[in-house]
Design a protein around this ligand. Structure first.
Ligand SMILES: [Zn+2]
Length: 137
């Protein structure tokens, strides 16, 4: 993680004061998997819903920030599920065609099986990594 991401200021709309977030709290807030629905206001001295806060630097609401992050994560997840199995199959086909005098059909067949295996493994992994609590949206 770059240092420029280690702290950031947000504004509590109710009192208008800034709070600096950093370390583990900021990492949790950025992580679409964590169930974060409130954050701390240093001025008020307690937790409030994310909808009451916005980033000081760009005015983006913290609740929307988390929803947007969840959406882009699921797009990345879908891309991985779509691309990785095809790459696996392409690899097998490439070897089957280029390494043998006649295309090795057995190897292509194995590549198709490997593609389905990769599809299942990728889908399970992506689900585990990018799962977002529905309550956060
Ligand atoms: Zn406050």
């Amino acid at each position: 993680m770059s240092d420029s991401f280690s702290t950031r200021d947000y504004k509590h709309l109710r009192c208008g004061e800034l709070t600096t977030i950093g370390g583990i709290d900021y990492r949790m807030l950025r992580h679409p998997m964590e169930a974060v629905s409130t954050t701390f206001c240093a001025t008020c001295g307690k937790q409030f819903p994310l909808i009451e806060f916005e980033w000081a630097d760009n005015g983006e609401n913290l609740q929307e920030y988390r929803s947007n992050m969840a959406t882009s994560s699921s797009i990345i997840g879908r891309l991985l599920v779509g691309v990785i199995p095809v790459v696996v199959l392409a690899g097998f086909v490439y070897v089957a065609v280029t390494r043998y005098s006649t295309p090795n059909l057995k190897l292509i067949g194995f590549g198709i099986l490997a593609m389905f295996g990769a599809l299942i493994v990728t889908a399970i992994a992506v689900n585990a990594i990018f799962r977002v609590k529905a309550a956060e949206r």
